[in-house]
Design a protein around this ligand. Structure first.
Ligand code: SF4
Ligand code: SF4
Length: 102
Protein backbone atom coordinates (compact mmCIF):
# COMPACT_ATOMS: atom_id res chain seq x y z
CA UNK A 1 0.00 0.00 0.00
CA UNK A 2 1.74 3.22 -1.11
CA UNK A 3 -0.05 5.38 1.47
CA UNK A 4 2.11 5.78 4.58
CA UNK A 5 -0.75 7.34 6.53
CA UNK A 6 1.44 10.31 7.36
CA UNK A 7 -1.49 12.75 7.26
CA UNK A 8 0.43 15.36 5.27
CA UNK A 9 -2.29 15.60 2.63
CA UNK A 10 -4.75 16.52 5.41
CA UNK A 11 -2.73 19.57 6.44
CA UNK A 12 -2.21 21.42 3.19
CA UNK A 13 -4.30 22.17 0.15
CA UNK A 14 -2.83 22.66 -3.30
CA UNK A 15 -4.92 25.05 -5.40
CA UNK A 16 -4.53 25.40 -9.15
CA UNK A 17 -5.33 28.61 -11.01
CA UNK A 18 -4.83 29.54 -14.65
CA UNK A 19 -2.00 32.02 -15.22
CA UNK A 20 -3.57 35.41 -14.93
CA UNK A 21 -2.12 38.67 -13.60
CA UNK A 22 -5.16 39.50 -11.49
CA UNK A 23 -5.29 36.05 -9.92
CA UNK A 24 -1.60 36.31 -9.15
CA UNK A 25 -2.17 39.63 -7.37
CA UNK A 26 -5.10 38.08 -5.52
CA UNK A 27 -2.93 35.19 -4.31
CA UNK A 28 -0.16 37.58 -3.24
CA UNK A 29 -2.61 39.70 -1.28
CA UNK A 30 -3.68 36.57 0.59
CA UNK A 31 -0.08 35.54 1.12
CA UNK A 32 -0.64 32.23 -0.58
CA UNK A 33 2.64 30.44 -1.17
CA UNK A 34 3.31 29.62 -4.81
CA UNK A 35 4.34 25.95 -4.94
CA UNK A 36 4.93 25.83 -8.68
CA UNK A 37 4.42 27.83 -11.84
CA UNK A 38 4.00 26.56 -15.35
CA UNK A 39 3.14 28.33 -18.61
CA UNK A 40 -0.50 27.49 -18.00
CA UNK A 41 -1.08 27.63 -14.26
CA UNK A 42 -0.04 28.60 -10.78
CA UNK A 43 -0.16 26.14 -7.94
CA UNK A 44 -0.67 27.63 -4.50
CA UNK A 45 -0.02 25.80 -1.28
CA UNK A 46 -2.38 26.73 1.53
CA UNK A 47 -1.96 25.40 5.05
CA UNK A 48 -5.24 24.03 6.31
CA UNK A 49 -5.48 21.35 8.96
CA UNK A 50 -8.63 19.36 8.39
CA UNK A 51 -10.87 19.40 11.49
CA UNK A 52 -11.37 15.64 11.01
CA UNK A 53 -7.68 14.97 11.67
CA UNK A 54 -6.73 13.58 15.08
CA UNK A 55 -3.40 12.61 16.62
CA UNK A 56 -1.53 14.19 13.72
CA UNK A 57 -2.31 11.58 11.11
CA UNK A 58 -5.59 9.78 11.86
CA UNK A 59 -8.90 10.53 10.18
CA UNK A 60 -11.93 10.68 12.48
CA UNK A 61 -14.11 9.59 9.56
CA UNK A 62 -11.78 6.94 8.16
CA UNK A 63 -14.62 4.63 7.00
CA UNK A 64 -16.73 7.44 5.65
CA UNK A 65 -14.26 9.99 4.34
CA UNK A 66 -15.03 12.06 1.23
CA UNK A 67 -14.14 10.57 -2.15
CA UNK A 68 -11.59 13.34 -2.72
CA UNK A 69 -9.71 11.97 0.31
CA UNK A 70 -10.10 8.24 -0.28
CA UNK A 71 -9.12 8.74 -3.94
CA UNK A 72 -6.09 10.93 -3.24
CA UNK A 73 -3.89 11.42 -5.20
CA UNK A 74 -5.89 11.44 -8.41
CA UNK A 75 -5.45 14.73 -10.28
CA UNK A 76 -3.26 14.58 -13.38
CA UNK A 77 -1.43 17.90 -13.08
CA UNK A 78 0.53 17.28 -16.29
CA UNK A 79 -2.30 18.84 -18.31
CA UNK A 80 -1.44 22.07 -16.47
CA UNK A 81 2.24 21.72 -17.26
CA UNK A 82 3.39 20.27 -13.92
CA UNK A 83 5.39 17.19 -13.02
CA UNK A 84 2.96 15.03 -11.05
CA UNK A 85 5.69 13.73 -8.76
CA UNK A 86 6.43 17.28 -7.66
CA UNK A 87 2.79 17.93 -6.83
CA UNK A 88 2.54 15.39 -4.01
CA UNK A 89 3.30 16.19 -0.37
CA UNK A 90 6.98 15.63 0.42
CA UNK A 91 7.53 12.03 1.44
CA UNK A 92 4.19 10.78 0.09
CA UNK A 93 4.32 7.07 -0.74
CA UNK A 94 2.65 7.48 -4.12
CA UNK A 95 4.49 8.00 -7.39
CA UNK A 96 3.22 8.93 -10.85
CA UNK A 97 4.11 6.13 -13.29
CA UNK A 98 3.31 8.14 -16.42
CA UNK A 99 -0.35 7.17 -16.46
CA UNK A 100 -1.52 7.04 -12.86
CA UNK A 101 -0.44 7.21 -9.25
CA UNK A 102 0.86 3.91 -7.89
S1 SF4 B 1 0.62 12.36 1.89
FE1 SF4 B 1 0.60 10.48 0.70
S2 SF4 B 1 1.42 8.92 2.09
FE2 SF4 B 1 0.80 10.66 3.36
S3 SF4 B 1 -1.32 10.20 3.98
FE3 SF4 B 1 -1.40 11.45 2.11
S4 SF4 B 1 -1.56 9.93 0.43
FE4 SF4 B 1 -0.81 8.86 2.26
S1 SF4 C 1 -11.54 14.02 6.01
FE1 SF4 C 1 -9.96 12.69 6.85
S2 SF4 C 1 -8.74 12.05 5.09
FE2 SF4 C 1 -9.92 13.84 4.46
S3 SF4 C 1 -8.56 15.62 4.81
FE3 SF4 C 1 -9.83 15.33 6.66
S4 SF4 C 1 -8.60 14.05 8.03
FE4 SF4 C 1 -7.73 13.88 5.97
Amino acid sequence: MPCKRCGKCCKKIAMLYPRDELLEEWGKARRFKVMQRSDKALMYSVSHICPQLKNGNECKMQDDKPAVCSGFPSVDHAQWGFDNNHCLPKGCGFKWDGERYV
